[in-house]
Design a protein around this ligand. Structure first.
Ligand SMILES: O=C([O-])CC(=O)C(=O)O
Length: 167
């Protein structure tokens, strides 16, 4: 299943819902083939170990967005083209990663939203360490599992309520 790119603008949503949305600090670059994406949040907290990223993106995504607090590490990549390809196959709408990716050329061609800090050629450890489905905070925003996230070229919004009729 390949998620379709939805039709909304974060600039319009923040104008309309200024009181209720949380707006991420502008730390992220777009690396995926989709720059506009949204969905329910699944959270991970893991530092320089992407075991849970790989395992979670191998499960059915149902149009959700995986949000990973990777501690802002600039020392290794938490996502590469194999794991991103698995996310596409499983129907994830996107990944927001407070950390790095690699294989950026391949990921740019995938129908997946990917926001991350930077690229790094080194892969991470795989020791099975990390936490899933816990509240996480980065870029000045708290992400709670089940929140909705709206992303486009202008930024990232987080909301407890659905902001669009169809999403
Ligand atoms: O396996 C990893 O750690 C990341 C990677 O290179 C991939 O997903 O292709």
């Amino acid at each position: 299943m390949k998620p379709l790119e939805p039709n909304f603008k974060t600039a319009d949503l923040v104008d309309q819902y200024e009181e209720s949305v949380r707006v991420c600090d502008p730390l992220f670059r777009d690396f995926g083939g989709h720059t506009r994406f949204h969905g329910r949040v699944v959270t991970l907290k893991c530092f320089e170990d992407n075991s849970l990223v790989k395992a979670t993106l191998a499960e059915p995504g149902h149009g959700r967005v995986l949000v990973v607090d990777a501690g802002g590490s600039l020392r290794c990549a938490m996502l590469g083209d194999l794991i991103a390809g698995s996310a596409v196959e499983q129907g994830w709408a996107g990944v927001i990663l407070h950390g790095c990716i690699r294989d950026s050329r391949e990921i740019a061609a995938m129908p997946l939203g990917v926001k991350a800090l930077a690229t790094h050629p080194r892969k991470s450890l795989k020791r099975g360490e990390g936490q899933r489905d816990v509240p996480i905070t980065f870029a000045g925003v708290r992400f709670v599992p089940g929140d909705l996230v709206y992303c486009d070229e202008d930024g990232i919004l987080v909301s407890e309520e659905a902001l669009c009729p169809d999403h």
